[in-house]
Design a protein around this ligand. Sequence first.
Ligand code: ZN
Length: 275
Amino acid sequence: MNDYDPVNWPEGNRVAVMLSFDFDAETLWLSRDPANAKRPGTLSQGTYGAKVGVPKILETLDGCGVPATFFVPGWTAEHHGGACEAILRGGHEIGHHGYLHEWIDPDFPEREEEALVKGLDALKATLGVTPTGYRSPAWETSPNMIALLRRHGFAYDSSLMDTVNPYRHTLADGSEGPVELPVHWSLDDAPFALFSVRAPRTIVTNDHMMQVWQDEFREIYRWGGLFNLTMHPQVTGRPSRIALLREFIGWMRTFPGVWFARGGEVAAAWSATRT
Ligand code: ZN
């Protein structure tokens, strides 16, 4: 069976839609440069995600009646507990996203486990959550990290771009690892709308993003696969992008057989087709 063959989703659905939000908050800038701790202007880009982005996204998801998955760094859970609790109250899943949004460095495997454990402890202590899903910050990962995920009981990872549909990792010793729920830059709001002073890029219109996402969706729908959309509260939480989110969900719902599901449900449903 090929990685791109149709998946037998629950209840005869044609496509699984995983709406995911990486709730970086200030960690995106704190991890890039510790000196940013003294730059409230820089950090305010992330603060926006907690103050406005998450509440508006939750309101939009609730209005559309669809669930989502939020990948939350441990630091974010410690500093924005109210926003995280609102995510849980909305019935959404919380996954692991590092502690301070650390980029994986394959030369220092001990740091990988340190960040993983610190993030796990923070989510447990602040929210009482033991996540089953992991998304690596900036989608940088390593074979060591994939093995760590299994050792720490994760059911799935969502960090790699090597295919469209889910698959199961094989560890170095040949044993089974977590399920992978693949991602891609074209299904991410950041390349289109996250501005960076250091690496300036054009902020595109909703029409542009809608076009790329709809084109991807139509074909993934035809393939019968997984549509895994990555967004960020500091990006999609902006007023115009909230409208985009609402309109895009509404557009996808015009197709028959679209299953909106959290990451854990997608991984479990895919695994069930392989047993
Ligand atoms: Zn992130």
